[in-house]
Ligand binder design. Sequence first.
Ligand SMILES: [Zn+2]
Length: 688
Amino acid sequence: MYRLIICEKPSVAQTVAYSLGANERVTDGKVSYYEGSGFLVANAVGHIVGIGMPEDYGWEKWELNTLPMMPEFRLFPLQGYAEPLRLLKKLLFRNDVSEIINACDAGREGEAIFRYIYDFLGCKKPVKRLWISSLTDESIRQGMNNLRDGAEMEHLFAAAFTRAKADWIHGMSLSRLYSIVNEESHKVGRVKTPVLNIIAERDNAIAAFVSKPFFKVLLPNGAECETVCDTREQAETLAAKCSGKTVKVTSAETKQKKEERPLLHSLTSLQQEANEVYGMTAAATLKAAQSLYEQKLITYPRTDSNFLTDDMKPLVGSIVKCLSGYDVQRVQKLEAQGLNMDGRVFNNSKVSDHHALIPTNIIGRLGQTELTEAEKNVAKLVIERFLGVLDKPYIYDETKYVFDADGVIFRLTVKTPVQPGWRAYRKEPQKIQAISFNEGDSFPAGEVIIKEGETTPPKHFTESSLLAVMENIDRLIEDKELKTYVKERGLGTPATRAAIIEELISAGYIVRSKKMLLATDYGRAFAASLPENVKSAELTAHWEQMLSDIEHGKAQPDDLLSEIGNTVSEIVQAERQRTSRTPVTRKVVVGTCPRCGRKVCKNSKGFACEAGKEQCGFFIFGQDKRIGRSYTASEIRELLSVGKITLRNCTSSRGKKYSAAFVLEDTGQYVNLRFVEFVNDRKRRTAG
Ligand SMILES: [Zn+2]
């Protein structure tokens, strides 16, 4: 009898097969699987079965009265994957296959990929789950010796399935709703739209910001005057008061301070650092990390934990040894001082599914592997963070001085490193100031400096700062006093955040500009047009929490689905009752309709009155054979405003270039451009 192992994709199936001795590759039609040592190893290709589209449930037409759409969900094969699905069906139902092992990625999505296939094909054979955090031979073999029971994954699958249904009900219904009412294709999503709103509001705040000048008075040693002035005159008065005077050191307090090592990387923190250091997008970082994982060099990337479990202590030692080839001096130093394996590294209670992202114990092969630039960058960040957390903390003396120059108070803080620790390997070492005073000392004030500055607006989002907010929306609250990190309230999951940003870009709502993410006019207008319960980050974070509760068996899927269904119903009702609206559209308006006075807009075929065919019917076909090209929007704009236009860069059917004047002609039925006369460009130019 055989055990059938199903992996998420072909490359992983090969890795798993070889590490278990299933070395024979069997070709079946256009696909293949592996066989040997009592195993059959086959694969999906990511999702190959899904929950369908509205059309699959009979909602072909986009109509308000079909909204919200809340179907009895069923599973449908995805187009283009007939072959892998056929092979899996054949293998699942082979008489000599006694047990199925789900070896898809150990997370919510991997669980769904497997279960959709298994349920769609109607298989009933017993299931075991391979749950591993790295793809090294050692980890796969260990995982195979500790297979989990398939039933243990019910809650995880329930969360995955509920997330898919919730996003479908919300996204499909509201995308149709706002596409219908705006007469323009719009994309709305449970996570996507609140994220768009966060970006749009920040951009609006920046646009509305009025900066104010301020003036600082400084001593030559950098000490800043307590009083910040609003005008230069005030600053000059202050400076005159202490220039040339004797400065007394009224206080010099030194405290030893400690700056702890940064935590190991989760996916989100890795994406943030890669964005800050290399300008990489979240999507590019995830892709590189996934590839490094599949090359067995790092552990499973889609993790939200920054910690390891206690049982990994011996492994950590062996990984450090493997890194000798990466930086031998640093490894020797770490080993000599002893690895710092405290609670900042190991915390069982903070690891649920997967531990933090770290190198594997075959990271030593790094130098022998051909990696892309992005993969090299990501590998470096993972390794550096790993070595850093095992180092000593950075310790420094911080001295706070208070100076008195004839009644004007100045303050200065000086840091002196005591133990460089993990910071020794950072590129930006601390500035060291050679300043040392005792209380009671005095010195001449010298030339007092006035420094002009201005208040700065909040910053536009980068992928890094946006990821921080998506991880915890409380970071939106600027006022530190109000910040309460009782519970992290996030938007989306680490695995989905990169895709959300990309979707907003492809829908035209936001753009990348250098490292910044900016809302477009279109995106800002759309966000502004939406009611609060479509774009509320709090509401989405609340649903995210419910999904997490479902995953841990603390909430029922139906509770969430009916809550989302009710919210969507309310939104649809409110939109149907709304009497006035300015449609949010990307349509290019080229002028006023001579027939009815409404707007004429460019569409894919030409230029049409927005009143539509039935009511008005004014339409200029965009293509014109006589001129060998289409009319441009600016040409039609001129035509509609003055009734006449000279078209240049025309090509006759015989290939001759010419320019000619045309006038607008409306027969009541058809609208045409009527030829008037040729225009001689050269003559025009000399005459002009
Ligand atoms: Zn019209």
